[in-house]
Design a protein around this ligand. Structure first.
Ligand SMILES: NC(=O)c1ccc[n+]([C@@H]2O[C@H](COP(=O)([O-])OP(=O)(O)OC[C@H]3O[C@@H](n4cnc5c(N)ncnc54)[C@H](OP(=O)(O)O)[C@@H]3O)[C@@H](O)[C@H]2O)c1
Length: 372
């Protein structure tokens, strides 16, 4: 980050929602202390493109915190948004991309009690899902493609929309936690009640699955992970994989997975594949097992036959990220086990489109990060 004049602090009275665009050209860097650089979705054909804008620097109103974002990470959802495959009827033009980011508190508004200048924080995925069960309102407060997005040099958010990040993590590592990590953690521990020694099935080597692998291994479970590429299966062994299977070369991979458990079946599944994977994952499920319904990499809309769960006393639950309370519990687990997320590659702020292209290439495992 370039050194900045901090005279903007005296302007800390208005909200982010009222900020005005001051230029629409693609600036190489912000020219003034009272402006920041920020990406926005801009209409382009049937989808969007990433447009780098110079906008008025946000200020912190009462209860708000201003964060200098240091790193953000990509989730598949962000890629869907860019291509207008995610809630396509929600107009996202002008919205700020990316739900996940971490940074340093640089100013606090009146009555802020949870944070002070200098604190290291991450944004929570649902800005107003604090604890307990979700509601229509809390689930409508998801970040990304709106003013709550993180691909911005500075963001302003209510103090309730942040968590402190684990001390042993860099900003880049912490930026990977809000969506993928929390989804895996909720699926395994809150819903699945994972026990040491259990078999866990992870599908593919993307963000959610690699967190599932790392968390399961840390908890003393036996993670089995699939991939379309043998080279990736080799790489994931270093993260504690008990077993691996290639779903591309073996269309009956669920039988291979069951064999790896000695016929017992998997006690936990994080189903991120959806249409092509859920039925097979259910075939690999153990008595009393749990399936977390998370994703649709091969498409959504899979059915769960009643008897696939009933006759084996199994459960399935829908998981949509989690609350701030869940995030804090996950961070305690991450700190206790000194877990480091796996970052495949870090891009610079000006390379946001390259980061999305890299996601599209499928050549990564774990997380893709952009440094600001
Ligand atoms: N419900 C929620 O709260 C929640 C939260 C996060 C994500 N999601 C959803 O979960 C899914 C995964 O998200 P992500 O961010 O982890 O994705 P990601 O990081 O982009 O993962 C992509 C990887 O998944 C694997 N993959 C692709 N198609 C597959 C298939 N048909 N079967 C098995 N693996 C496949 C590939 O790994 P290999 O190259 O190793 O094959 C690919 O590289 C997405 O649908 C996303 O929208 C839901």
């Amino acid at each position: 980050m370039k050194a900045r004049n901090t005279s903007w602090l005296r302007f800390a009275v208005t909200s982010f929602c009222s900020m005005a665009l001051v230029a629409v050209a693609k600036p190489a860097s912000s020219q003034h202390a009272d402006t920041i650089r920020q990406y926005q979705f801009e209409q382009a054909g049937s989808g969007y493109r990433l447009a780098l804008k110079e906008v008025t620097r946000p200020t912190a109103g009462a209860g708000d915190v201003l964060v200098r974002v240091k790193a953000v990470s990509l989730n598949r959802r962000d890629f869907y948004m860019l291509n207008r495959d995610y809630n396509p009827d929600d107009g996202m033009a002008g919205g700020i991309p990316l739900s996940d980011g971490a940074g340093e508190v640089i100013a606090v508004g009146q009555n802020v009690t949870r944070f002070k200048v200098g604190d290291r924080v991450a944004g929570i995925f649902f800005e107003s899902w604090i604890e307990g069960p979700p509601s229509a309102e809390s689930l409508a407060s998801d970040r990304g493609g709106n003013p709550g997005g993180m691909l911005s040099e500075v963001i302003v958010t209510h103090e309730n929309g942040l968590v402190p990040i684990p001390q042993h993590l860099t900003y880049e590592e912490a930026a990977t936690l809000p969506c993928a990590a929390l989804t895996a953690w909720v699926g395994l521990f809150k819903r699945g009640r994972l026990e040491p020694g259990q078999f866990v099935l992870l599908e593919g080597t993307g963000g959610v699955s690699l967190f599932g692998l790392i968390f399961a291994a840390a908890a003393g479970a036996k993670p089995i992970i699939t991939s379309s590429r043998d080279e990736k299966l080799e790489r994931v062994k270093a993260f504690g994989a008990f077993g691996t299977a290639n779903y591309r070369t073996n269309s009956d991979w669920q039988l291979e997975v069951r064999d790896l458990t000695g016929g017992h079946g998997v006690d936990q599944v994080l189903d991120v594949g959806g249409r092509d994977t859920l039925g097979k994952a259910l075939e690999a499920l153990a008595y009393g097992g749990h399936v977390a319904l998370i994703g649709g990499l091969s498409g959504y809309g899979s059915d769960i036959p009643t008897d696939s769960l009933m006759w084996i006393n199994a459960t399935a639950s829908g998981v949509y990220v989690g609350s701030r309370e869940d995030f804090e519990a996950m961070n305690a687990f991450i700190s206790e086990h000194q877990i480091h997320p796996h970052i495949d590659r870090v891009f610079e702020f000006g390379q946001a489109q390259e980061a999305f292209d890299y996601m599209q290439s499928g050549g990564f495992i774990g997380k893709i990060v952009i440094r600001l």
